[in-house]
Design a protein. Sequence first.
Lengths: 218, 236
Amino acid sequence: MNAAASTGWNREQMAARAAQDIPDGSYVNLGIGIPELVAKFVPEGREFIYHTENGMLGMGPPPAEEERDLDLMNAGKKYVTAVAGAAYFHHADSFSMIRGGHIDVCVLGTMQVAANGDIANWSTGAPGAIPAVGGAMDLVQGVKKIYVITQHTTKTGDPKLVEHCSYPLTGPGVVSRIYTDLAVVDVTPAGFRVVELAPGITFAEVEEKTGAQILPPG
Amino acid sequence: MINKQVSSVASAVADIPDGATVMVGGFGASGSPIELIHALIDHGAKDLTVINNNTGNGEVGLAALIGNRQVRKMICSFPRSSQSKVFPELYKEGLIELELVPQGTLAERIRAAGAGIPAFFTPTTVGTVLAEGKETRDFDGRSYVMEPWLKADFALIKCETADPVGNLTYNKTARNFNPLMCMAATTTIVQTRKLVKSGDIDPEHVITPGIFVNRVVEVSDPVHEDTLIAEGRRYP
């Protein structure tokens, strides 16, 4: 772990790198976990409007505990605030924004993503596990661009970027770009391609930790 | 003169029979009609099919209704969370059924029922195990899955302001599924924090028109699920 910690991107840096690729004025939906950190790294001079699928555009940061409103939550059921210009709406309108292609970017965490853009982030499919899907399948089918932020490998060192997902799919062929601790990777018609390497990381190391063929930058 | 007000949460839910399908508004704790759910626990109707996004938290509200073994089947998108344990335990023991529906599909199935549309096609679940066995059709070169409407006998709803004809407004993200469920149930039962005179809600500000509402009961100081859980409360 010590050797790994000295190179590559940490959680904040992965989120900051993803934020660089989101255009000014975008409507953005952030998944739970590292994707939530994207909101902390909006590049200077840009403004994003955050959508939360339980029914709000213009979601702001968490409130101080004494200022929280018990009726104001995000999709992760955490207390949030509303920025100036926010709007509330019911669930059918909220998912019309998603399914109808009105949200520009969704940043998600994942368990696996495949070289053809398939994503598996809702269930391990293990017997006895309680299946829970929430809005994940709506988001990956409806949002214009699906970005994934994830560690390049699992805690046990297995690749998360794979040839074919072994877990049940959330959606087929939907991911366009992946931000890991080691690299920025595009999903192209020819499979994975490294766009940018994290500081101190070599292409050979990325190739070794990827479970599918991956093309070098350029 | 139309007056949909009823005097108590107990009388509001008194005719819900065993075997009924009941929609329960709310997303997690926000917008959950806790007082109506607790009245349904007191009333005791069992063998229920309940439709909600989740399965409740702690041992109050929806989780308490499930824990009291009044629910045969849950229809929801996300049946577990950090504080849900009642449903997961019963499910693992095979003591409760689950129909898992993606969140946007759940919302649209409910809306479709209220709108008189028996089925619709959605891209959600295409290419996944949740589409298995369902009819698919291509439109403009893309595949879509057919999903049926989702109706209920009763809906339990929480709102912020209601008037005697059943016009409703909500508070912030507590709106969530509530307006959709009002449309999709045969009998819609609403608990409101404030009951005002007809005319006191600006017609431009009405979110749920009263035509979708059957009963309104004022619960002026509603408890909140997160507060009850923080206090370690359980119901009954």
